[in-house]
Design a protein around this ligand. Structure first.
Ligand code: CDP
Length: 212
C-alpha cells in the first residue's frame, strides 16, 4: 500500500492485495455544481468504481455496467459513515477507483484504497475503513478468495469495517452458509480487516510520520 501516488488528485493511494491492483483518487471537498445538487447541511459523496478493460482475463468492455454501478453504490455506502460530511456543506467529495488487475475481492480492495486516499486528501474521518472478503470453498471457511475460489466456491462474503469500534459498513453475500458458518466467516473476515487496517496505518505513517 502506498499513499500520495498521484500529483493532481487531492488524495490518492495504490493498493495491491494478492493479485488485485487498485488505484484510488479523491477530489474535494470542492464546490458542487450544478448547485441544485448541493446539500446545505453536508458534503455529497460521489463514487465511481471502474474496471480497466485489461484487468480481467476476458477483455472487459469500457464503461459502466450493472455490476460496476452496484459496486460504486455499495462502496460509497461503505465509506460515507467514516467521513465527517457535515463539516463541508454545499461541497462534493469525489472518489474514483480504478481496478488495474482483478482476482476477486476488487470491491474490498477498492474500499481499502479509497479510504487511504480520503485520509491522504486530509478529509476528517472517524476512522479508516478496512475491507476484505471471506467465503466458503470446498466446505471450508477461507479468507481472501481468488477468482477460481470465488467462481467454484459455495459462498463469497465481502466485509468492510471501521476497526476502532468494529462497526460494519459493508456486508454482502453471494451463495449460502449455515448460521454457524456465517459466524465463523464473520469472525475470520473481521480479523482480516484488522490486518488490512494495520497495513493502512503503516502506509499512512510512511508518508506522514509517526502521529496517530
Ligand atoms: O471483485 P469482487 O469479488 O468484489 O466482485 P465480483 O463481482 O464477485 O467479481 C469477482 C471477480 O470476477 C473479479 O474480481 C474479477 O476477477 C472477475 N470478473 C471478471 O473476470 N470479469 C468481469 N467482467 C467481472 C468480474
Amino acid at each position: 500500500m502506498e499513499v500520495g501516488i498521484l500529483k493532481r488528485a487531492d488524495g490518492s493511494a495504490y493498493v495491491e492485495i494478492g493479485d488485485n491492483k487498485v488505484i484510488a483518487a479523491v477530489y474535494g471537498p470542492r464546490e458542487l455544481h450544478p448547485r441544485h445538487l448541493q446539500r446545505p447541511d453536508r458534503a455529497v459523496v460521489n463514487c465511481r468504481y471502474n474496471m480497466a478493460p485489461f484487468s480481467v482475463e476476458e477483455r472487459k468492455r469500457s464503461g459502466p455496467d450493472r455490476r460496476s454501478i452496484e459496486i460504486s453504490k455499495v462502496t460509497r455506502l461503505a465509506l460515507e459513515p467514516a467521513i465527517f460530511t457535515e463539516y463541508f456543506p454545499r461541497t462534493s467529495i469525489d472518489i474514483f477507483i480504478e481496478i488495474l488487475q482483478a482476482d476477486a475481492g476488487t470491491r474490498t480492495t477498492g474500499i481499502t484504497a479509497a479510504s487511504l486516499a480520503l485520509a491522504d486528501a486530509g478529509i476528517p474521518m472517524r476512522d479508516l475503513v478496512s475491507a476484505c472478503a471471506v467465503g466458503k470453498v470446498a466446505g471450508r471457511i477461507v479468507l481472501d478468495l481468488t477468482k477460481v475460489e470465488d467462481n467454484f466456491g459455495e459462498a463469497d462474503m465481502p466485509i468492510a469495517i471501521m476497526p476502532r469500534d468494529n462497526r460494519i459498513t459493508l456486508l454482502q453475500m453471494d451463495g449460502t452458509m449455515t448460521e454457524e458458518e456465517f459466524k465463523e466467516a464473520l469472525k475470520l473476515g473481521m480479523e482480516g480487516c484488522r490486518k488490512i487496517y494495520k497495513e493502512q496505518r503503516r502506509a499512512l505513517k510512511e508518508k506522514y510520520g509517526q502521529g496517530d
